[in-house]
Design a protein around this ligand. Structure first.
Ligand code: NAD
Length: 515
């Protein structure tokens, strides 16, 4: 049940004639010259809706060359000129976000309201990037020595690569590209081949906003495109988001090639519920965070740690709430949870449910028997709840990335904290309690990058940074916020002196002293 192989995927032959989703190179759609392509499927129907071109060496070279040329010009434009384009992109996105949400639902499967929420969270990063003039301000220290001043500045890197996963085809690229572009870089985005159309829609929007050709490029494809970016000498930095095995691989390979890298990986997020918590609030939160977007969120709650005898009551309240959820086509009114992204992924998640039963966990709600409000060919799996899960079980140890919530029981706060800290992942976590001291102790001691107190999915606002610890992030810089600005720029410190010509002269070979 490992996540991904490291071999390139084998391009398949089309099962139905359909449009090919292109690359976006030099400011326009580019069909790609090779015969490599993959199917794009609507997960709510199982019907192939299109083909996506897979880049080969020629497209990679053309993409990076165009980006390199554009970066030189774009990076030298005034902050005002760059910011005006970002503002325009923000306005267009805000006006037309329903279009993007519909594309996301068609290829990913999440319900429309959730897709719209994804776009809105991405838009917040665009809004943050509109303030780049303030974010790029350096420091200045006049008269550090007699007649000597120091100031610092930050400059763009050049061409930067973004490689994104299937689960947020708009928001995850938007964690990075608004800041990268506003800071003066050119971006080459390699989106997931499972839902590639959002990237082309965003490329068209950038063109409409007035972004010069080549500053935003899309390279569709698989491992070949990824490796091409990781190895290319003209790509200065890589921002990757995906599963942990691939994140580790990307980090190592890109670092080996001398690039700056941030590689965000998988997750196993725990929600700890203490006996003094409001159990209705906790049950609502567990259902929303466990089953929203069919559990295909890196910040989804996949483990609920019920502390000190709260287990029976929480399991009862959660299971009651699951009976009111509708699994179905995300475009239909009243649907709470859409399908999983592909048939293979649906079957993999279902196989974890089989494994949990075989390993002795108590299956309280079985999503394999769900009756969806959707077409028979969709990749359906309903909300699933396991109780009495233990750390040795595969459903606990591995990232499932589906609508499967595991309840683990702990006697004390300390036991719960040790459990969370022993987990190799450290993306997000939450504690539910009415005890401020316990919440504070958790916040201070937990080995996780993003912490919620009575908040189940603590995704930071755009002006803070997003990222996990341990196997959830390789590299040390998180996405967006000030860390994002630093990732996409290099610092420089200037020491200057403008001496009075009448006082200039004399040799001084000793180490300069400040006076
Ligand atoms: P994935 O790792 O399979 O793919 C991510 C990207 O890497 C895609 O663009 C894909 O084409 C590419 N890729 C896949 N296999 C490759 C290989 N062998 N060599 C080079 N490139 C390869 O991830 P996914 O299934 O698309 O997304 C789900 C995963 O992403 C989950 O593990 C989830 O936790 C994680 N994720 C993490 C965060 C976070 O912030 N930490 C956010 C979203 C998703």
């Amino acid at each position: 049940m490992s996540t991904d192989s490291t071999a390139p995927s084998t391009p398949s032959t089309p099962s139905t004639p359909a449009d090919t989703i292109p690359h976006w190179i030099d400011g326009q759609a580019h069909p790609g010259g090779g015969d490599r392509a993959g199917d794009v499927t609507n997960p709510a129907t199982g019907v192939v809706t299109g083909r996506v071109a897979f880049a080969g060496p020629q497209e990679i070279e053309a993409a990076v060359a165009s980006a390199k040329k554009a970066a030189a010009d774009w990076g030298s434009r005034s902050i005002t000129a760059r910011t005006q384009v970002v503002f325009r992109f923000r306005e267009l996105l805000n006006e037309r976000k329903e279009e993007l949400a519909a594309i996301i639902t068609r290829e990913h499967g999440k319900v429309l309201s959730d897709a719209l929420g994804e776009v809105s969270r991405g838009q917040e990063v665009v809004e943050f990037a509109c303030g780049i003039a303030h974010l790029l301000k350096g420091a200045t220290s006049p008269q550090v020595s007699t007649g000597v001043d120091v100031h610092s500045l930050r400059q763009p890197l050049g061409v930067v690569g973004i490689i994104s996963p299937f689960n947020f085809p708009a928001m995850v690229p938007m964690w990075f590209f608004p800041v990268a572009i506003a800071a003066g870089n050119a971006v080459v985005l390699k989106p997931s081949e499972k839902d590639p159309s959002a990237s082309i829609w965003m490329a068209e929007l950038w063109r409409e906003a007035g972004l010069p050709a080549g500053v935003f490029t899309v390279l569709q494809g698989d491992k070949v495109a990824v490796d091409g970016l990781l190895d290319h000498p003209d790509v200065a930095a890589i921002s990757f988001v995906g599963s942990t095995p691939i994140a580790r691989y990307v980090y190592e390979r890109a670092a080996q090639a001398g690039k700056r890298v941030q590689a965000l990986g998988g997750a196993k997020n725990h929600m700890v519920v203490l006996p003094d918590a409001d159990l209705d609030l906790a049950a609502d939160a567990a259902v929303s965070a466990g089953y929203g977007s069919a559990g295909e969120r890196c910040m989804a709650i996949s483990v609920l740690v019920a502390v000190g005898g709260t287990g029976d009551e929480l399991v009862r309240r959660i299971s009651e709430r699951t009976t009111g959820l509708t699994t179905g086509d995300g475009t239909r009114e009243g649907t709470d949870m859409g399908p999983l992204v592909t048939r293979a992924h649906r079957d993999k998640v279902a196989s974890y449910v089989d494994a949990g039963v075989a390993e002795g966990a108590t299956l309280v709600v079985d999503g394999r028997t769900v009756e969806p409000d959707g077409e028979g060919g969709g990749f359906w799996l309903g909300p699933t709840l396991f109780d009495h899960v233990t750390p040795d079980m595969s459903i606990y140890a591995e990232e499932i990335f589906g609508p499967v919530l595991n309840v683990v029981r702990a006697d004390t706060f300390a036991e719960a904290l040790d459990l969370v800290n022993a987990n190799p992942y450290g993306n997000g976590t939450a504690i539910f309690t009415s005890n401020g001291a316990a919440a504070r102790a958790y916040e201070q001691e937990v080995q996780v990058g993003m912490v919620g107190v009575n908040v189940p999915i603590p995704v930071p606002m755009a002006y803070y940074s997003f990222g996990g610890w341990k196997d959830s992030l390789f590299g040390d810089t998180h996405a967006h916020g000030i860390e994002g600005v630093h990732f996409f720029t290099r610092g420089k410190v200037v020491t200057s002196r403008w001496p009075d010509p009448s006082t200039v002269g004399g040799l001084e070979l000793a180490f300069p002293k400040n006076s």
